[in-house]
Design a protein around this ligand. Structure first.
Ligand SMILES: Cc1ncc(COP(=O)(O)O)c(C=O)c1O
Length: 474
């Protein structure tokens, strides 16, 4: 047996990363830090550079001693109160501090919910029967691939895509009809009904907000006709540009939520809107007894359980860093930095979106977007017309990019296009739609907040140049 003595090479580590998006993040950080531009990963560099560094972190002392010790795993009362106040503004709805539970990232918050919903409500509590291992979770697709990790890996639920149309006037639009179709189809095939519906609002990767009327219709049907819970992932809640036609409406602001607070659960975190992805901070917002008891670890003496968050804690470093962001005020004024930052973020996001949209349009790169729709942090590029095309023979050889993880399921032409754009001389990584359960090949997610707008526009120019070389072969 050979035992390796030296450090493991980044290329070896890369080959072990099971997820395409995370492999790309690793590749760009460790193997190609100065060359290729990564617009595939959902990152947001706008807020830190604009204000967070100078208004928060320049004044944040090195770690004070109190942060070396144990903290409440789901957040101190002060932290939960501050987060509740922040979310109440974003959601335009009351949020009680006691309903907010911190975790180590929204991925973990989702997993905590998936476990907690497998606990039964008490006899005097409203709520449907508990979920069981193997129960189905409906997710409008395309969707963020991490839902599979959160729901399937340990809680052992099964993710079932709700297939949004990929063609025609309704392409990629959510409706109650498509949810119902998936719900009854699953029942026909499995002789049981799905038990959980997960909506991402604003959506990743489509960017759109779900309007109030559409949500009320969906929620009312779910509450009246099914035994499903609904999780609304609102991690991109603040990612709103100016002048959208369909404003963001949180699940917590719905009439259906007021009627059935026990069946609606919201998650949010600092990774996207505040660009603090590395800290891994997430929050469950829920009034449901079994969820609250799972998060608090108060299941009763006879059934001693540790708080769910003990295993995925909102730890002392998160308290310190995120606490600094939440407590800071703007240049000695009483205005909270978070209010200022999210106001600025809206301006920065709108400017970046407009610049990149104009560049994509000028360079004839098609994307799925209805005028006035919110884009959150993404463009959903429609490169279907380039599938199967190649550069003229002899003009180009494709050096393989060392991203092999999880690419086995991808449509070969979509993977070829990804590699072609990621390789020199273009060196732009976009996320293939197939990694996000998109039904049709040829769609790619471009995250326009991953770099400053000038850099994104320069990358768009290179992508346009590369696409213009492609011709129909054979
Ligand atoms: C919709 C959605 N939910 C959750 C997450 C994960 O959040 P976190 O990094 O806080 O675990 C992401 C990350 O891309 C996401 O897009």
């Amino acid at each position: 047996m050979t035992v390796s003595t030296g450090p493991i090479e980044p290329a070896e580590l890369l080959a072990q990363i099971p997820d395409f998006e995370q492999a790309l993040a690793f590749y760009h950080r460790h193997l190609a830090p100065d060359t290729a531009v990564d617009l595939s990963v959902a990152e947001n560099v706008l807020v830190y550079e604009d204000s967070m560094q100078k208004m928060v972190f320049d004044h944040t002392a090195l770690l004070p001693e109190e942060y070396l010790h144990y903290f409440s795993a789901y957040g101190t009362p002060q932290l939960r109160a501050r987060v509740a106040a922040l979310l109440a503004k974003a959601f335009d709805a009351p949020v009680a501090a006691g309903d907010v539970f911190g975790t180590a990232g929204v991925g973990s918050a989702l997993e905590c919910l998936a476990f907690a919903l497998q606990d039964a409500p008490k006899p005097d509590e409203p709520g449907p029967p508990p979920l069981l291992e193997g129960d189905a979770v409906l997710l409008p697709a395309p969707y963020w691939q991490g839902f599979n990790w959160s729901f399937e890996q340990r809680p052992k639920l099964e993710c079932v895509p709700v297939r949004l149309p990929t063609e025609g006037p309704e392409r990629f639009r959510l409706s109650l009809a498509v949810i119902k179709e998936a719900y009854f189809r699953y029942h026909r095939l499995n002789d049981k009904f799905p038990r959980l519906l997960v909506l991402t609002n604003p959506h990743n990767p489509l960017g759109v907000n779900y309007g109030k009327a559409l949500q009320e219709e969906i929620y009312a049907w779910v509450m009246d006709e099914t035994e499903m819970h609904i999780i609304s992932d609102e991690i991109y809640a603040h990612s709103q540009v100016h002048g959208v036609r369909v404003p963001f409406t949180s699940a917590l602001a719905l009439d259906a939520y007021r009627a059935h607070p026990e069946r609606v659960h919201v998650v949010w975190g600092f990774a996207k809107d505040f660009g603090l992805s590395g800290f891994r901070t997430g929050f469950v917002v829920s009034k449901y007894g079994p969820v609250q008891r799972a998060m608090l670890g108060t299941k009763g003496i006879e059934e001693k359980k540790h708080p769910m968050s003990w295993f995925t804690p909102f730890d002392s470093l998160k308290h310190y860093v995120v606490g600094s962001v939440l407590e800071s005020t703007v240049n000695g004024s009483p205005e909270l930095y978070t209010d200022y930052a999210m106001r600025r973020y809206k301006d920065l996001l709108s400017e970046s979106f407009e610049q990149v949209k104009d560049r994509l349009t000028a360079r004839d790169i098609p994307f799925v977007h209805l005028e006035g729709d919110n884009p959150a942090q993404f463009f959903w590029l429609d490169l279907t017309s380039y599938l199967g095309k190649r550069p003229p023979v002899g003009a180009y050889t494709l050096p393989p990019l060392p991203i092999t993880a999880n690419s086995g399921d991808l449509d070969p032409d979509e993977l070829w296009l990804f590699n072609y754009l990621a390789a020199p001389p273009t060196e732009v990584s976009l996320l293939p739609g197939g990694t996000m359960h998109c039904l049709a090949p040829g769609f790619f997610r471009l995250c326009y907040t991953a770099r400053q707008p000038e850099e994104v526009c320069a990358a768009v120019d290179r992508v346009a140049e590369a696409l213009s070389q492609l011709v129909i072969v054979g």
